[in-house]
Design a protein around this ligand. Structure first.
Ligand code: GLC
Length: 550
Protein backbone atom coordinates (compact mmCIF):
# COMPACT_ATOMS: atom_id res chain seq x y z
CA UNK A 1 0.00 0.00 0.00
CA UNK A 2 1.41 3.45 -0.80
CA UNK A 3 2.16 5.59 2.20
CA UNK A 4 -0.76 7.81 3.14
CA UNK A 5 -0.19 11.50 2.60
CA UNK A 6 1.53 13.20 5.49
CA UNK A 7 -0.68 16.03 6.71
CA UNK A 8 1.42 16.61 9.76
CA UNK A 9 -0.56 17.83 12.66
CA UNK A 10 -2.62 20.92 13.25
CA UNK A 11 -1.26 23.94 15.12
CA UNK A 12 2.11 23.64 16.85
CA UNK A 13 2.29 22.81 20.54
CA UNK A 14 1.87 25.79 22.85
CA UNK A 15 3.37 24.46 26.07
CA UNK A 16 -0.04 23.48 27.41
CA UNK A 17 -1.53 20.49 25.62
CA UNK A 18 -4.21 21.71 23.25
CA UNK A 19 -6.87 19.30 24.50
CA UNK A 20 -6.75 20.65 28.05
CA UNK A 21 -8.98 23.57 27.17
CA UNK A 22 -10.07 22.93 23.60
CA UNK A 23 -13.60 23.54 22.35
CA UNK A 24 -14.45 20.53 20.24
CA UNK A 25 -17.35 20.57 17.79
CA UNK A 26 -19.13 17.29 17.14
CA UNK A 27 -20.04 16.71 13.52
CA UNK A 28 -22.65 13.99 13.05
CA UNK A 29 -21.50 13.37 9.49
CA UNK A 30 -24.75 11.98 8.14
CA UNK A 31 -26.61 15.15 9.12
CA UNK A 32 -24.08 17.94 8.67
CA UNK A 33 -23.83 18.77 4.96
CA UNK A 34 -24.61 16.71 1.88
CA UNK A 35 -22.41 17.51 -1.13
CA UNK A 36 -24.01 15.12 -3.64
CA UNK A 37 -27.74 15.37 -2.95
CA UNK A 38 -28.29 11.76 -1.88
CA UNK A 39 -29.92 12.99 1.32
CA UNK A 40 -27.06 11.98 3.63
CA UNK A 41 -24.24 14.21 4.74
CA UNK A 42 -20.73 13.31 3.59
CA UNK A 43 -17.07 14.18 4.03
CA UNK A 44 -16.99 16.59 1.09
CA UNK A 45 -19.93 18.34 2.66
CA UNK A 46 -18.04 18.66 5.92
CA UNK A 47 -14.97 19.94 4.11
CA UNK A 48 -16.95 22.61 2.29
CA UNK A 49 -18.37 23.94 5.56
CA UNK A 50 -15.15 23.91 7.60
CA UNK A 51 -14.58 27.66 7.17
CA UNK A 52 -17.86 28.25 9.02
CA UNK A 53 -16.62 26.15 11.94
CA UNK A 54 -13.33 28.04 11.92
CA UNK A 55 -15.34 31.29 11.96
CA UNK A 56 -17.36 30.01 14.89
CA UNK A 57 -14.07 29.70 16.72
CA UNK A 58 -13.80 26.06 17.72
CA UNK A 59 -10.45 24.32 18.08
CA UNK A 60 -11.26 20.85 16.83
CA UNK A 61 -13.88 18.82 15.03
CA UNK A 62 -14.96 15.35 16.10
CA UNK A 63 -16.37 13.34 13.20
CA UNK A 64 -18.82 10.54 14.04
CA UNK A 65 -18.25 7.25 12.15
CA UNK A 66 -17.97 7.49 8.37
CA UNK A 67 -16.56 3.98 7.95
CA UNK A 68 -17.99 1.26 5.72
CA UNK A 69 -21.22 0.29 7.44
CA UNK A 70 -24.73 -0.99 6.78
CA UNK A 71 -25.83 1.89 9.09
CA UNK A 72 -27.90 -0.39 11.30
CA UNK A 73 -26.91 1.97 14.12
CA UNK A 74 -26.02 5.11 12.21
CA UNK A 75 -22.48 3.90 11.46
CA UNK A 76 -21.66 2.64 14.95
CA UNK A 77 -21.79 -0.74 13.23
CA UNK A 78 -18.49 -0.78 11.39
CA UNK A 79 -17.86 -3.30 8.60
CA UNK A 80 -14.41 -1.99 7.64
CA UNK A 81 -12.43 0.19 10.05
CA UNK A 82 -9.94 1.27 7.42
CA UNK A 83 -12.18 2.66 4.70
CA UNK A 84 -14.86 5.28 4.12
CA UNK A 85 -18.40 4.20 3.27
CA UNK A 86 -19.17 5.20 -0.34
CA UNK A 87 -22.17 7.23 0.87
CA UNK A 88 -19.82 9.36 2.92
CA UNK A 89 -17.03 9.56 0.34
CA UNK A 90 -13.58 8.07 -0.10
CA UNK A 91 -10.29 7.93 1.75
CA UNK A 92 -9.09 10.69 -0.58
CA UNK A 93 -12.01 12.85 0.63
CA UNK A 94 -10.98 12.12 4.19
CA UNK A 95 -7.40 13.19 3.45
CA UNK A 96 -8.61 16.39 1.78
CA UNK A 97 -10.82 17.14 4.73
CA UNK A 98 -8.01 16.61 7.23
CA UNK A 99 -5.64 18.74 5.23
CA UNK A 100 -8.15 21.56 4.90
CA UNK A 101 -8.99 21.40 8.60
CA UNK A 102 -5.34 21.66 9.53
CA UNK A 103 -4.85 24.60 7.18
CA UNK A 104 -7.70 26.32 9.02
CA UNK A 105 -6.14 25.52 12.40
CA UNK A 106 -8.75 22.91 13.27
CA UNK A 107 -7.80 19.52 14.66
CA UNK A 108 -9.61 16.34 13.68
CA UNK A 109 -10.85 13.70 16.08
CA UNK A 110 -12.49 10.55 14.76
CA UNK A 111 -14.52 7.79 16.35
CA UNK A 112 -13.17 4.35 17.06
CA UNK A 113 -15.76 1.66 17.80
CA UNK A 114 -14.06 -1.20 19.65
CA UNK A 115 -16.85 -2.84 21.66
CA UNK A 116 -18.49 -4.40 18.63
CA UNK A 117 -18.24 -4.62 14.86
CA UNK A 118 -21.00 -4.78 12.30
CA UNK A 119 -22.36 -8.22 11.53
CA UNK A 120 -21.23 -7.40 7.98
CA UNK A 121 -17.57 -7.26 9.13
CA UNK A 122 -15.37 -9.92 7.45
CA UNK A 123 -14.47 -11.37 10.86
CA UNK A 124 -18.08 -11.96 11.81
CA UNK A 125 -18.94 -13.50 8.45
CA UNK A 126 -15.97 -15.80 8.86
CA UNK A 127 -17.05 -16.68 12.39
CA UNK A 128 -20.59 -17.47 11.29
CA UNK A 129 -19.34 -19.68 8.45
CA UNK A 130 -17.00 -21.54 10.83
CA UNK A 131 -18.02 -24.40 13.11
CA UNK A 132 -18.48 -23.93 16.88
CA UNK A 133 -15.08 -24.05 18.57
CA UNK A 134 -13.26 -22.77 15.47
CA UNK A 135 -10.66 -20.05 16.26
CA UNK A 136 -12.58 -17.71 13.95
CA UNK A 137 -15.32 -17.65 16.60
CA UNK A 138 -12.94 -16.65 19.39
CA UNK A 139 -13.01 -12.99 18.28
CA UNK A 140 -16.66 -12.69 19.31
CA UNK A 141 -18.65 -13.96 22.28
CA UNK A 142 -20.26 -17.20 21.12
CA UNK A 143 -21.83 -19.53 23.70
CA UNK A 144 -24.19 -22.49 23.76
CA UNK A 145 -27.67 -21.80 25.01
CA UNK A 146 -29.24 -22.98 28.21
CA UNK A 147 -31.99 -25.52 28.69
CA UNK A 148 -32.84 -28.57 26.67
CA UNK A 149 -31.58 -28.12 23.13
CA UNK A 150 -29.84 -24.87 24.13
CA UNK A 151 -33.03 -23.02 23.36
CA UNK A 152 -32.60 -20.30 25.95
CA UNK A 153 -29.96 -17.55 25.75
CA UNK A 154 -26.71 -18.17 27.69
CA UNK A 155 -27.73 -15.55 30.26
CA UNK A 156 -30.42 -12.96 30.88
CA UNK A 157 -28.61 -9.85 29.61
CA UNK A 158 -30.75 -7.38 27.69
CA UNK A 159 -29.72 -5.32 24.69
CA UNK A 160 -29.47 -1.60 25.35
CA UNK A 161 -31.78 -1.07 22.39
CA UNK A 162 -34.35 -3.53 23.82
CA UNK A 163 -34.85 -7.31 23.59
CA UNK A 164 -32.33 -9.99 24.56
CA UNK A 165 -28.58 -9.32 24.20
CA UNK A 166 -28.15 -12.70 22.50
CA UNK A 167 -29.11 -13.94 19.05
CA UNK A 168 -28.98 -17.56 17.99
CA UNK A 169 -27.26 -18.63 14.81
CA UNK A 170 -28.88 -21.00 12.39
CA UNK A 171 -27.13 -23.29 9.93
CA UNK A 172 -28.21 -22.80 6.30
CA UNK A 173 -30.40 -25.91 6.69
CA UNK A 174 -32.19 -24.24 9.59
CA UNK A 175 -30.52 -26.18 12.44
CA UNK A 176 -30.09 -23.85 15.40
CA UNK A 177 -26.63 -23.65 16.95
CA UNK A 178 -24.61 -21.20 19.14
CA UNK A 179 -25.72 -17.81 20.40
CA UNK A 180 -23.69 -14.60 20.07
CA UNK A 181 -23.64 -11.60 22.36
CA UNK A 182 -24.67 -8.10 21.25
CA UNK A 183 -25.09 -5.47 23.93
CA UNK A 184 -26.54 -3.24 21.23
CA UNK A 185 -28.29 -4.28 18.01
CA UNK A 186 -28.10 -7.90 16.70
CA UNK A 187 -26.18 -6.34 13.80
CA UNK A 188 -23.51 -5.23 16.31
CA UNK A 189 -21.87 -8.42 17.65
CA UNK A 190 -19.62 -7.76 20.66
CA UNK A 191 -15.94 -8.45 20.17
CA UNK A 192 -14.18 -10.73 22.65
CA UNK A 193 -11.35 -8.67 24.12
CA UNK A 194 -9.67 -11.76 25.55
CA UNK A 195 -8.65 -12.52 21.94
CA UNK A 196 -5.12 -11.34 21.02
CA UNK A 197 -6.36 -10.84 17.44
CA UNK A 198 -8.74 -8.16 18.65
CA UNK A 199 -6.00 -6.27 20.47
CA UNK A 200 -3.67 -6.45 17.47
CA UNK A 201 -6.39 -5.33 15.10
CA UNK A 202 -7.26 -2.18 17.05
CA UNK A 203 -3.60 -1.28 17.57
CA UNK A 204 -3.32 -1.35 13.83
CA UNK A 205 -6.54 0.58 13.21
CA UNK A 206 -5.33 3.37 15.50
CA UNK A 207 -2.01 3.51 13.66
CA UNK A 208 -3.78 3.54 10.29
CA UNK A 209 -5.59 6.77 11.13
CA UNK A 210 -2.75 8.32 13.14
CA UNK A 211 -0.60 7.84 10.04
CA UNK A 212 -3.23 9.76 8.07
CA UNK A 213 -2.87 12.70 10.45
CA UNK A 214 -5.81 12.50 12.85
CA UNK A 215 -5.33 14.38 16.11
CA UNK A 216 -7.27 12.00 18.30
CA UNK A 217 -9.97 9.42 18.80
CA UNK A 218 -13.29 9.41 20.57
CA UNK A 219 -13.67 5.90 21.99
CA UNK A 220 -17.18 4.56 21.62
CA UNK A 221 -18.58 2.71 24.66
CA UNK A 222 -15.16 3.03 26.28
CA UNK A 223 -16.47 1.40 29.45
CA UNK A 224 -17.50 -1.71 27.48
CA UNK A 225 -15.24 -4.26 25.77
CA UNK A 226 -14.19 -6.27 28.83
CA UNK A 227 -16.81 -8.59 30.31
CA UNK A 228 -16.85 -10.54 33.55
CA UNK A 229 -15.63 -13.92 32.21
CA UNK A 230 -18.35 -15.79 34.11
CA UNK A 231 -21.02 -13.86 32.12
CA UNK A 232 -23.23 -13.92 35.22
CA UNK A 233 -26.97 -13.34 35.11
CA UNK A 234 -28.16 -9.91 36.18
CA UNK A 235 -30.47 -9.61 39.16
CA UNK A 236 -34.06 -9.95 37.98
CA UNK A 237 -35.41 -6.80 36.35
CA UNK A 238 -32.04 -5.06 35.97
CA UNK A 239 -31.35 -3.58 32.57
CA UNK A 240 -28.52 -1.60 31.10
CA UNK A 241 -29.50 1.82 29.99
CA UNK A 242 -26.78 3.44 27.94
CA UNK A 243 -27.33 6.71 29.74
CA UNK A 244 -27.44 5.32 33.26
CA UNK A 245 -24.07 4.40 34.73
CA UNK A 246 -25.39 4.04 38.25
CA UNK A 247 -26.06 0.30 37.97
CA UNK A 248 -23.14 -2.10 38.42
CA UNK A 249 -23.04 -4.38 35.41
CA UNK A 250 -20.79 -7.34 34.55
CA UNK A 251 -20.10 -5.93 31.10
CA UNK A 252 -19.39 -2.27 31.81
CA UNK A 253 -16.57 -0.51 33.63
CA UNK A 254 -14.62 -3.69 34.36
CA UNK A 255 -11.06 -3.20 35.63
CA UNK A 256 -9.49 -5.01 32.67
CA UNK A 257 -10.50 -2.24 30.28
CA UNK A 258 -7.81 -0.01 31.72
CA UNK A 259 -5.06 -2.33 30.43
CA UNK A 260 -6.31 -1.66 26.91
CA UNK A 261 -6.06 2.08 27.44
CA UNK A 262 -2.52 1.88 28.77
CA UNK A 263 -1.60 0.14 25.55
CA UNK A 264 -3.45 2.71 23.43
CA UNK A 265 -1.87 5.55 25.34
CA UNK A 266 1.57 4.24 24.42
CA UNK A 267 0.61 3.99 20.75
CA UNK A 268 -0.76 7.52 20.62
CA UNK A 269 2.19 8.90 22.58
CA UNK A 270 4.60 7.42 20.05
CA UNK A 271 3.27 9.92 17.48
CA UNK A 272 4.26 13.59 17.45
CA UNK A 273 1.74 16.35 18.01
CA UNK A 274 -0.22 15.72 21.23
CA UNK A 275 -2.75 13.25 19.83
CA UNK A 276 -5.60 12.72 22.27
CA UNK A 277 -7.93 9.93 23.38
CA UNK A 278 -11.39 10.75 24.70
CA UNK A 279 -13.66 8.29 26.46
CA UNK A 280 -17.36 7.86 26.03
CA UNK A 281 -17.85 6.18 29.39
CA UNK A 282 -21.28 6.25 31.00
CA UNK A 283 -20.05 5.18 34.44
CA UNK A 284 -21.26 5.73 37.94
CA UNK A 285 -19.67 8.94 39.13
CA UNK A 286 -16.78 11.35 38.71
CA UNK A 287 -14.21 9.17 40.55
CA UNK A 288 -15.07 6.21 38.27
CA UNK A 289 -14.69 8.48 35.21
CA UNK A 290 -11.32 9.72 36.48
CA UNK A 291 -9.97 6.16 36.49
CA UNK A 292 -10.00 6.39 32.68
CA UNK A 293 -7.93 9.56 32.86
CA UNK A 294 -4.97 8.39 34.88
CA UNK A 295 -1.73 9.74 33.38
CA UNK A 296 -0.96 6.62 31.34
CA UNK A 297 -4.52 6.11 30.03
CA UNK A 298 -6.90 8.47 28.19
CA UNK A 299 -6.76 12.25 28.00
CA UNK A 300 -10.38 13.30 28.35
CA UNK A 301 -13.79 11.82 29.07
CA UNK A 302 -17.19 13.27 28.32
CA UNK A 303 -18.74 14.66 31.46
CA UNK A 304 -22.14 13.00 31.35
CA UNK A 305 -22.81 13.93 34.97
CA UNK A 306 -22.89 17.53 33.76
CA UNK A 307 -25.10 16.64 30.80
CA UNK A 308 -27.64 14.89 33.03
CA UNK A 309 -27.59 17.44 35.90
CA UNK A 310 -30.67 19.29 34.68
CA UNK A 311 -31.43 22.92 35.47
CA UNK A 312 -30.67 22.67 39.15
CA UNK A 313 -28.07 24.94 40.73
CA UNK A 314 -27.25 22.62 43.63
CA UNK A 315 -26.82 19.58 41.42
CA UNK A 316 -24.78 21.52 38.88
CA UNK A 317 -22.50 22.96 41.53
CA UNK A 318 -21.92 19.53 43.02
CA UNK A 319 -21.18 18.04 39.60
CA UNK A 320 -18.72 20.84 38.82
CA UNK A 321 -16.93 20.39 42.14
CA UNK A 322 -16.90 16.61 42.00
CA UNK A 323 -15.65 16.39 38.46
CA UNK A 324 -12.96 19.04 38.88
CA UNK A 325 -11.77 17.33 42.06
CA UNK A 326 -11.77 13.80 40.66
CA UNK A 327 -10.12 14.71 37.38
CA UNK A 328 -7.74 17.16 39.04
CA UNK A 329 -6.53 14.35 41.29
CA UNK A 330 -5.23 12.47 38.24
CA UNK A 331 -4.00 15.59 36.46
CA UNK A 332 -6.70 15.46 33.78
CA UNK A 333 -8.90 18.26 32.48
CA UNK A 334 -12.67 18.15 32.87
CA UNK A 335 -14.97 18.43 29.89
CA UNK A 336 -18.35 20.14 29.74
CA UNK A 337 -20.98 18.60 27.51
CA UNK A 338 -24.63 19.57 27.07
CA UNK A 339 -25.71 17.54 24.05
CA UNK A 340 -24.68 14.85 21.61
CA UNK A 341 -26.23 12.51 19.05
CA UNK A 342 -27.59 10.16 21.75
CA UNK A 343 -29.62 12.55 23.90
CA UNK A 344 -32.51 14.98 23.56
CA UNK A 345 -31.16 18.39 22.55
CA UNK A 346 -30.73 20.55 25.62
CA UNK A 347 -33.08 23.44 24.76
CA UNK A 348 -35.85 20.83 24.73
CA UNK A 349 -34.54 19.10 27.87
CA UNK A 350 -34.52 22.44 29.66
CA UNK A 351 -38.19 23.07 29.09
CA UNK A 352 -38.70 23.60 25.36
CA UNK A 353 -39.96 26.78 23.69
CA UNK A 354 -38.60 30.18 24.61
CA UNK A 355 -37.71 29.14 28.15
CA UNK A 356 -35.75 26.13 26.97
CA UNK A 357 -33.77 28.25 24.55
CA UNK A 358 -33.10 30.94 27.19
CA UNK A 359 -31.76 28.29 29.53
CA UNK A 360 -29.76 26.62 26.78
CA UNK A 361 -28.05 29.92 25.98
CA UNK A 362 -27.27 30.49 29.65
CA UNK A 363 -26.01 26.91 30.01
CA UNK A 364 -23.66 27.45 27.07
CA UNK A 365 -22.09 30.45 28.81
CA UNK A 366 -21.74 28.35 31.96
CA UNK A 367 -20.11 25.42 30.14
CA UNK A 368 -17.76 27.66 28.19
CA UNK A 369 -16.65 29.54 31.32
CA UNK A 370 -15.73 26.48 33.37
CA UNK A 371 -12.12 25.29 33.52
CA UNK A 372 -11.29 22.58 31.02
CA UNK A 373 -12.51 21.59 27.60
CA UNK A 374 -16.00 21.83 26.11
CA UNK A 375 -17.87 19.82 23.52
CA UNK A 376 -20.49 21.37 21.26
CA UNK A 377 -22.95 19.23 19.34
CA UNK A 378 -23.69 20.42 15.82
CA UNK A 379 -26.68 22.74 15.74
CA UNK A 380 -26.53 23.81 19.36
CA UNK A 381 -24.84 27.00 18.17
CA UNK A 382 -28.07 27.60 16.23
CA UNK A 383 -30.25 26.89 19.26
CA UNK A 384 -31.85 23.92 17.49
CA UNK A 385 -34.51 22.14 19.50
CA UNK A 386 -35.19 18.40 19.42
CA UNK A 387 -37.56 17.39 16.62
CA UNK A 388 -40.18 15.53 18.62
CA UNK A 389 -42.74 14.90 15.90
CA UNK A 390 -40.86 12.95 13.25
CA UNK A 391 -43.33 10.71 11.44
CA UNK A 392 -43.08 7.11 12.63
CA UNK A 393 -42.23 5.83 9.19
CA UNK A 394 -39.19 8.11 9.12
CA UNK A 395 -37.66 6.77 12.34
CA UNK A 396 -34.36 4.94 11.83
CA UNK A 397 -32.88 4.45 15.29
CA UNK A 398 -32.86 0.69 16.07
CA UNK A 399 -34.36 1.54 19.46
CA UNK A 400 -37.74 2.15 17.79
CA UNK A 401 -38.17 -1.41 16.46
CA UNK A 402 -36.24 -3.16 19.26
CA UNK A 403 -38.46 -1.55 21.90
CA UNK A 404 -41.56 -2.83 20.13
CA UNK A 405 -42.20 0.74 18.91
CA UNK A 406 -42.52 2.11 22.43
CA UNK A 407 -39.36 4.24 22.49
CA UNK A 408 -38.85 6.60 19.57
CA UNK A 409 -35.09 6.69 20.03
CA UNK A 410 -32.53 9.29 19.07
CA UNK A 411 -33.50 10.51 15.60
CA UNK A 412 -34.94 13.77 16.91
CA UNK A 413 -31.47 15.16 17.66
CA UNK A 414 -30.03 13.87 14.38
CA UNK A 415 -32.17 15.85 11.92
CA UNK A 416 -29.92 17.49 9.29
CA UNK A 417 -28.68 21.02 9.86
CA UNK A 418 -30.32 24.06 8.27
CA UNK A 419 -27.72 26.26 6.58
CA UNK A 420 -29.73 28.70 4.48
CA UNK A 421 -33.01 29.36 2.69
CA UNK A 422 -36.62 29.02 3.71
CA UNK A 423 -37.47 25.44 2.86
CA UNK A 424 -36.15 21.91 3.00
CA UNK A 425 -33.29 21.09 2.47
CA UNK A 426 -32.27 24.53 3.80
CA UNK A 427 -28.86 24.25 2.12
CA UNK A 428 -28.11 20.91 3.80
CA UNK A 429 -27.78 19.53 0.28
CA UNK A 430 -28.20 20.90 -3.24
CA UNK A 431 -31.73 22.07 -4.16
CA UNK A 432 -34.09 19.11 -4.47
CA UNK A 433 -32.23 16.99 -1.90
CA UNK A 434 -34.54 14.89 0.29
CA UNK A 435 -32.78 14.71 3.65
CA UNK A 436 -32.64 11.25 5.26
CA UNK A 437 -34.79 12.63 8.08
CA UNK A 438 -37.40 15.26 7.22
CA UNK A 439 -36.59 18.80 8.36
CA UNK A 440 -39.32 20.84 10.08
CA UNK A 441 -41.11 23.51 8.05
CA UNK A 442 -40.13 26.33 10.41
CA UNK A 443 -36.40 25.60 10.41
CA UNK A 444 -35.53 28.48 8.10
CA UNK A 445 -35.41 30.74 11.12
CA UNK A 446 -32.72 28.60 12.72
CA UNK A 447 -30.51 28.57 9.65
CA UNK A 448 -27.01 29.94 9.85
CA UNK A 449 -27.88 32.42 7.14
CA UNK A 450 -30.87 33.74 9.10
CA UNK A 451 -28.76 34.19 12.23
CA UNK A 452 -25.64 35.62 10.67
CA UNK A 453 -25.55 39.35 11.25
CA UNK A 454 -28.19 39.26 14.01
CA UNK A 455 -26.37 40.26 17.21
CA UNK A 456 -29.06 38.65 19.36
CA UNK A 457 -28.91 35.28 17.61
CA UNK A 458 -27.68 32.14 19.29
CA UNK A 459 -25.01 31.87 16.60
CA UNK A 460 -23.75 35.33 17.55
CA UNK A 461 -23.76 34.38 21.23
CA UNK A 462 -21.64 31.26 20.62
CA UNK A 463 -19.29 33.08 18.27
CA UNK A 464 -18.73 35.89 20.80
CA UNK A 465 -18.38 33.42 23.65
CA UNK A 466 -15.68 31.46 21.86
CA UNK A 467 -13.80 34.64 20.99
CA UNK A 468 -14.00 36.06 24.51
CA UNK A 469 -13.10 32.70 26.00
CA UNK A 470 -9.78 32.85 24.16
CA UNK A 471 -9.16 36.48 24.91
CA UNK A 472 -10.45 36.91 28.45
CA UNK A 473 -10.27 33.63 30.34
CA UNK A 474 -6.90 32.45 31.56
CA UNK A 475 -7.03 28.69 30.88
CA UNK A 476 -4.81 28.03 33.87
CA UNK A 477 -6.99 30.01 36.31
CA UNK A 478 -8.90 27.88 38.81
CA UNK A 479 -12.56 28.28 39.59
CA UNK A 480 -13.51 30.03 42.86
CA UNK A 481 -17.18 30.13 43.80
CA UNK A 482 -18.83 33.35 44.93
CA UNK A 483 -21.79 33.04 47.22
CA UNK A 484 -24.53 34.71 45.23
CA UNK A 485 -27.59 33.28 46.96
CA UNK A 486 -29.81 30.32 46.24
CA UNK A 487 -30.51 29.87 42.58
CA UNK A 488 -27.40 31.65 41.33
CA UNK A 489 -24.16 30.00 40.36
CA UNK A 490 -21.31 32.49 40.30
CA UNK A 491 -17.57 32.06 40.16
CA UNK A 492 -14.38 33.76 39.18
CA UNK A 493 -11.54 32.44 37.07
CA UNK A 494 -8.64 34.49 38.42
CA UNK A 495 -8.86 38.28 38.90
CA UNK A 496 -9.91 39.08 35.40
CA UNK A 497 -13.07 37.08 34.78
CA UNK A 498 -16.33 36.07 36.45
CA UNK A 499 -19.41 34.18 35.35
CA UNK A 500 -22.86 34.24 36.97
CA UNK A 501 -25.92 32.21 36.01
CA UNK A 502 -29.38 32.71 37.47
CA UNK A 503 -31.12 29.34 37.62
CA UNK A 504 -33.81 30.56 40.03
CA UNK A 505 -37.26 31.86 39.26
CA UNK A 506 -36.67 35.48 40.39
CA UNK A 507 -34.36 38.27 39.23
CA UNK A 508 -31.16 38.21 41.30
CA UNK A 509 -29.02 41.13 42.36
CA UNK A 510 -25.40 40.11 42.11
CA UNK A 511 -23.22 40.61 45.19
CA UNK A 512 -19.65 41.87 45.43
CA UNK A 513 -17.22 41.30 43.85
CA UNK A 514 -19.57 41.13 40.92
CA UNK A 515 -21.68 44.33 40.72
CA UNK A 516 -20.98 47.31 38.54
CA UNK A 517 -19.18 49.68 38.47
CA UNK A 518 -16.14 47.54 39.29
CA UNK A 519 -17.07 45.06 36.63
CA UNK A 520 -18.68 45.34 33.27
CA UNK A 521 -20.71 42.83 31.32
CA UNK A 522 -18.61 41.27 28.62
CA UNK A 523 -21.34 38.98 27.34
CA UNK A 524 -24.87 38.09 28.39
CA UNK A 525 -27.12 35.26 27.27
CA UNK A 526 -30.17 37.55 27.42
CA UNK A 527 -31.10 41.14 28.31
CA UNK A 528 -29.62 42.32 31.64
CA UNK A 529 -30.05 45.57 33.53
CA UNK A 530 -26.74 47.12 34.44
CA UNK A 531 -27.41 49.91 36.95
CA UNK A 532 -24.84 52.24 38.48
CA UNK A 533 -24.40 50.11 41.58
CA UNK A 534 -25.91 46.71 40.97
CA UNK A 535 -26.35 44.21 38.26
CA UNK A 536 -29.70 42.47 38.16
CA UNK A 537 -29.68 39.09 36.53
CA UNK A 538 -33.06 37.89 35.21
CA UNK A 539 -34.03 34.23 35.59
CA UNK A 540 -32.49 31.77 33.11
CA UNK A 541 -29.75 34.20 32.20
CA UNK A 542 -25.96 34.09 32.38
CA UNK A 543 -23.37 36.86 32.22
CA UNK A 544 -19.64 36.99 31.77
CA UNK A 545 -18.02 39.86 33.66
CA UNK A 546 -14.61 41.48 33.42
CA UNK A 547 -13.00 44.33 35.40
CA UNK A 548 -14.61 47.64 34.44
CA UNK A 549 -11.32 49.18 33.36
CA UNK A 550 -10.43 46.35 30.97
C1 GLC B 1 -22.34 4.97 21.60
C2 GLC B 1 -22.77 5.87 20.49
C3 GLC B 1 -24.17 5.50 20.12
C4 GLC B 1 -24.20 4.07 19.67
C5 GLC B 1 -23.62 3.15 20.72
C6 GLC B 1 -23.31 1.80 20.17
O1 GLC B 1 -23.02 5.18 22.75
O2 GLC B 1 -22.64 7.20 20.88
O3 GLC B 1 -24.68 6.35 19.13
O4 GLC B 1 -25.50 3.67 19.41
O5 GLC B 1 -22.40 3.64 21.20
O6 GLC B 1 -22.18 1.85 19.35
Amino acid sequence: MPNPPDHGNAPPATGREWWRDAVIYQVYVRSFADSDGDGEGDLRGVRSRLPELAALGVDAVWLTPFYVSPLADGGYDVADYRDVDPRFGTLADFDDLTQRAHELGLRIIIDVVPNHTSSAHAWFREAVAAAPGDPARSRYVFRTGRGPGGDRPPNNWRSIFGGPAWTRLKRPDGTPEEWYLHLFDPEQPDLDWTSPDVHAEFDDVLRFWLDRGVDGFRIDVAHGMVKDPALPDLPEGQKADLLDGSVELPYFDQDGVHDIYRRWNAIVASYPGERALVAEAWVEDAPRVARYLRPDELHQAFNFQFLTAGWDPAVLRRVVDDSLAANGAVGAPTTWVLSNHDVTRHPTRFGAGERGLRRARAAALLALALPGSAYLYQGEELGLPEVTDLPEDALQDPTWERSGRTERGRDGCRVPLPWEGGEEPYGFGPPGTRPWLPMPPEWGRYSREAQRGDPDSTLALYTSALGHRRASIDPAADLAWIDAGAGVLAFTRGDGFACAVNLGGEPAELPAPLPAPRTRVLLASGPVREGAQALVLPPDTAVWLVPAES
